[in-house]
Design a protein around this ligand. Sequence first.
Ligand SMILES: O=C(O)CCC(=O)C(=O)O
Length: 252
Amino acid sequence: MSQLDQEDIEQFRETGWLVLHDVLTISPATLTTWVDEVARWIDGGPGLHYQEQTREGPRLCRSEDFTPFHAGLFQLLREGVVPQITSDLLGEPAVLYKEKINYKLPGGAGYSPHQDAPAYLFVERHISCMIPVDPSTRENGALEVVSGFHHEILLQDEKGCIDPSVVDQLDWQLVELNPGDVVWFHSKTPHRSGANRSVAPRRALYPTYNALSEGDLREQYYREKQEALAGNAHDPTRVNVSLIGDFEGIPL
Ligand SMILES: O=C(O)CCC(=O)C(=O)O
């Protein structure tokens, strides 16, 4: 049974993003526990983990490739209501392409205006969602999105982000969320976020899906990404967590 009605699907098609409330089948406390478990893996556990320098010292900024090692997060991101809703938005069965946690701890950096599609290899069409672990507000660096620009890749700068000449012409909309809410967005939907200027974390999960008909490419994606990041740092002044230079975090 779909959680979506026709209006939701039309809104996603028109704007390139959609917020739903109270969609998760697990509690915010459980989600927090699971994310804390993954964060502890930075000390020799599985998955990929990245740190940034903040005003409070070195802090974890991202973990990814963790679903093979965590049963609860595997179920949430690969089998539950989240991939089901994503399939409904895609119009066909979705498969997990990649997954990450952005921790955005106090003092953690924001993300320059960008579209995700240039960083995603092999397929054209992906849908991601942001699943907040903590309330996501203007002060702690909530996501901002632009409606109706998910049909083309906009002019890019040398980092692979949206060129500053285009950024100011776009109508940016702040998406403040509470745990239990989820925002889905197309991989060409322009988005950005500010730094965390609060004293509490702004953690969020970001699974990305593609249509299964285009292949199950998750392992191939992580293989190629690790090779690319090892061989070619985009910018020595930023933490390279992506195949584009969208993350503004300062390296240790
Ligand atoms: O977590 C955020 O604030 C934004 C994340 C983002 O845009 C990304 O990881 O591509």
